[in-house]
Design a protein around this ligand. Structure first.
Ligand SMILES: [Fe+2]
Length: 485
């Protein structure tokens, strides 16, 4: 059945064909390249996301529960090589063998009622992001430990925990490499363990991993409420954590197997958003703020200016998007973006203010990470605009510091995602580089990689077309080292 027939409503097909499984693992040189891959774009572009949403006729209960599948585009003098491979997590292997849902997820219940789910925690699909740091390729999901893959073949090596440093602790999908030190800063939202006479307490676990890949420092910050943090912002000296106004209630019912975590997660309009600022050297709290209720799932850059911290975040005043994400195969669902806002945190007075930077619904911000923690002038986002088929990210924006945006709207029926900025080889200028955008064409049910000059979104300089679709993914990473020959 065609995607068009599946939707049945609009002339322009929605994004939902992009959630279909890609069960085949490929490795080939892309023969259909329009334009020319720039000579100063060399390295490997990696992306991670759920590659399958169905197993044996059963559908997972949430986009976040699909099995992680890494894809890689390597640019070399010989052309563009593509490879995709699933992460062989415990869940992936067991469910592939059984051809049915065996594990709970964030929004997935094991079929068969509450007794099948009682006292079981969500499995780790390792599907959210990817990092190549200190010679290790890791796929990441905040619900479990990283998984290590061979950098070239993408074969799974195994679960990775930094020699036991992650035991009993969470590790997010949104660690950041500090540009001047090469250290990898990450965190996890969790709770402290049971101890005699001491109840578990919500906490943030913090990690500083040095450029050789060893854990140099950890710290645990205890909190009053569970820190629903998916991402954080990093300035040169500080990690900035926004504790979103999102709560999970009904944990008793979750433990008893009556419902999933996603079923009981909601926005609390009475809970202020708290902000915890942590020193990146000591990993100790240096300041705390409180502001109006809200949620920020993804952050742009942050930097220090005088006594202020300025933080770019994609802000929302609700969490209704979670309902759509748990019903992604429904062609009537609309996934949009948030407000691109800039927060100003005064470290001396404790005041917080914010302004909307850009008018477009924006998500998945990227920027030149050589400037991570320092003042930047450009941010790139995935946008949702009305082009007659606005059910997903269908535009990308190049937004300057003052909020002036150059917008590229994709053709109706084409859907994008996080536009990753990659500096041109040897460049020293912030704007000198490329935007890499994977586009799913719902009209043809095929995907392609579009390469734009970052300073000119009028049209791609090259399009590398795949012979199949790529399911919608979450996050990408670029390694200047060519991980495939
Ligand atoms: Fe994310």
């Amino acid at each position: 059945m065609s995607v068009q027939a599946q939707t049945g409503l609009n002339e322009v097909p929605t994004c939902h064909g992009g959630y279909e499984n890609l069960d085949t693992e490929y490795d080939y040189w892309i023969g259909d390249v329009e334009g020319e891959i720039p000579a100063d774009l060399r390295g490997t572009f990696l992306r991670n996301g759920p590659g399958r949403q169905k197993i044996g006729g059963e559908t997972y209960g949430h986009w976040f529960d699909g099995d992680g599948m890494l894809s890689a585009f390597t640019f070399s003098d010989a052309g563009v090589r593509f490879r995709n491979r699933y992460v062989r997590t415990t869940k992936y292997l067991a469910e592939t063998a059984a051809q049915k849902v065996l594990y709970r997820g964030f929004g997935t219940q094991i079929p068969g009622g509450w007794t099948k789910n009682m006292f079981k925690f969500p499995a780790n699909p390792s599907n959210t992001s990817v990092i190549y740091h200190a010679g290790r390729l890791l796929t990441l999901n905040e619900g479990g430990k990283p998984w290590q893959l061979e950098a070239g073949s993408l074969k799974t090596i195994g679960e990775f925990d930094y020699n036991g440093e992650l035991t009993g602790r969470a590790f997010s999908a949104h660690g950041k490499v500090h540009p001047s030190t090469g250290d990898y800063i990450n965190f996890g939202s969790g709770s402290s363990p049971w101890r005699l006479g001491k109840l578990p307490q919500p906490c943030l676990d913090l990690y500083r991993i040095n450029k050789t890949g060893h854990v140099a420092r950890t710290n645990r910050i205890l909190l009053d409420t569970f820190p629903f943090c998916h991402d954080f912002a990093m300035s040169d000296r500080f990690g900035i954590f926004f504790i979103n106004s999102i709560v999970i209630d009904g944990m008793g019912g979750f433990f008893l197997g009556l419902h999933s975590l996603s079923d009981r997660i909601h926005f609390d309009h009475d809970q202020p958003m708290k902000i915890v600022v942590v020193d990146l050297d000591s990993l100790e709290t240096v300041a705390q703020f409180e502001t109006d209720p809200g949620a920020i799932i993804h952050f742009g850059n942050a930097f220090e200016e005088g006594e202020e911290l300025q933080v770019d975040g994609m802000f929302t005043a609700d969490f209704e998007g979670n309902d759509v994400l748990s019903d992604i195969l429904n062609p009537h669902g609309r996934i949009g973006g948030g407000e691109y806002r800039r927060f100003r945190l005064n470290l001396r007075t404790g005041s917080v203010s914010s302004d909307r930077v850009c008018e477009y619904e924006s998500e998945f911000p990227t920027f030149d990470t050589r400037l991570a923690g320092s003042r930047h002038s450009l941010t790139y986002t995935a946008c949702s605009v009305d082009n007659g088929a606005d059910s997903f990210y269908n535009a990308i924006a190049r937004i300057d510091f003052e909020g002036q945006a150059e917008l590229l709207t994709l053709e109706p029926g084409c859907y994008g995602s996080e536009p990753l900025f990659v500096p041109a080889a040897g460049s020293i200028c912030e704007a000198d580089g490329y935007l890499l955008e994977v586009v799913y064409n719902a009209c043809t049910h095929l995907s392609e990689l579009r390469v734009f000059r970052a300073d000119d979104l009028s049209g791609p300089v090259a399009v590398a077309r795949l012979g199949h679709h790529l399911p919608h993914q979450f996050h990408g990473h670029f390694s200047a080292a060519p991980l495939m020959s």
